[in-house]
Design a protein around this ligand. Structure first.
Ligand SMILES: Cc1cc2nc3c(=O)[nH]c(=O)nc-3n(C[C@H](O)[C@H](O)[C@H](O)COP(=O)(O)O)c2cc1C
Length: 279
């Protein structure tokens, strides 16, 4: 097993937690998190960095602004990347692996790409350089979802996922890949399908061809215009993470290659990202 419990249980249990109870995380657990951060790596040629920071929830304290999305979180993990190829995918991969680890510790998290104030994070980090921070997540113990949280979930239909026939294809984008046809790979594919994504858009599309799995991003038109980077590339890193961990857990050997695009006619707004090459 990749974690101390089956991956599928962790992936199914994780959800975007937006209501925390503000209780402190014990020092020993914080140290465990920092150690785990040191162990993170990804198949992509860029190295993001992560910091666990504490915020002051007291009246007048320096809380981090999340436009009302997050309530009562005392800790955040802040990611930073340099501007290089696959930096965003690497961040998506590594932060999602960390989020799954935090889920095993019964700590809640919520990917935040859009709704947080970067200026307040820069201030909290106290660094003079304004680092590129694509995403952060609160970390903490949590409470039952309140009405506000359920309303936010309803807006993005957070509990639903697209069906296999929208996401997975066989040979080219015209033929569907069913779980029966995917055989042992039905599991990694299902774990991709269950992943979180920005506004729950689920941009991942996979095509199996000669036993390889090619990952494509179906960009939501104009979605990333309001950011200065492609937010949905994070989702693709998350997809790579879920696929890879699921393959590892089932003993399916292979590796990711970045330059193995098949010659295929692509649907509109769809771009090639990377491929899984089985052993
Ligand atoms: C890259 C990325 C960015 C996200 N940004 C935000 C955000 O800014 N604010 C927010 O409330 N949720 C954000 N989310 C959470 C998604 O809305 C959520 O993952 C999705 O609706 C599915 O719900 P679930 O995570 O509970 O399964 C983001 C998720 C991802 C993967």
């Amino acid at each position: 097993m990749v974690f101390r419990e089956p991956l599928e249980e962790i992936i199914r249990r994780r959800y975007s937690v937006r209501t925390y109870n503000g209780k402190p995380i014990q020092k020993q657990v914080q140290e465990e998190i920092v150690e785990y951060i040191k162990s993170l790596s990804s198949p992509f040629p860029a190295k993001p960095s992560f910091k666990l920071i504490e915020t002051d929830l007291s009246e007048g304290g320096a809380r981090l602004g999340t436009y009302g999305m997050i309530k009562n979180a005392s800790y955040y993990i802040v990611s930073q990347v340099t501007d290089e190829p696959y930096a965003i995918e690497a961040l998506g991969y590594e932060l999602e692996k960390l989020i799954l680890f935090l889920t095993t510790l019964n700590l809640g998290t919520c990917w935040l790409g859009g709704t947080f104030k970067r200026s307040e994070i820069w201030r909290a980090l106290g660094e003079s350089e304004r680092a590129f921070i694509p995403a952060i997540t609160p970390v903490g113990y949590y409470e039952r979802k309140d009405l506000r949280e359920n309303l936010i979930r309803g807006l993005v239909r957070a509990d639903s996922r697209k069906p296999w026939e929208t996401l997975f294809f066989d040979g080219d984008f015209r033929a569907l890949l069913t779980p029966e046809k995917a055989g042992h790979y039905a599991f990694p594919l299902e774990m991709v399908r269950l992943g979180p994504s920005a506004s729950n858009k689920q941009p991942w599309r996979l095509v199996r061809e000669s036993g390889r799995y090619h990952f494509f991003e179906q960009k939501t038109p104009r979605y990333s215009d309001m950011f200065n980077f492609d937010m949905q590339s994070i989702d693709m890193g998350i997809a790579a993470c879920h696929f890879h961990l699921a393959a590892m857990e089932k003993g399916l050997g292979g590796k990711f290659e970045l330059d193995a695009a098949p010659q295929l006619a692509l649907p509109e707004n769809t771009v090639y990202k990377f491929s899984w090459i089985p052993d």
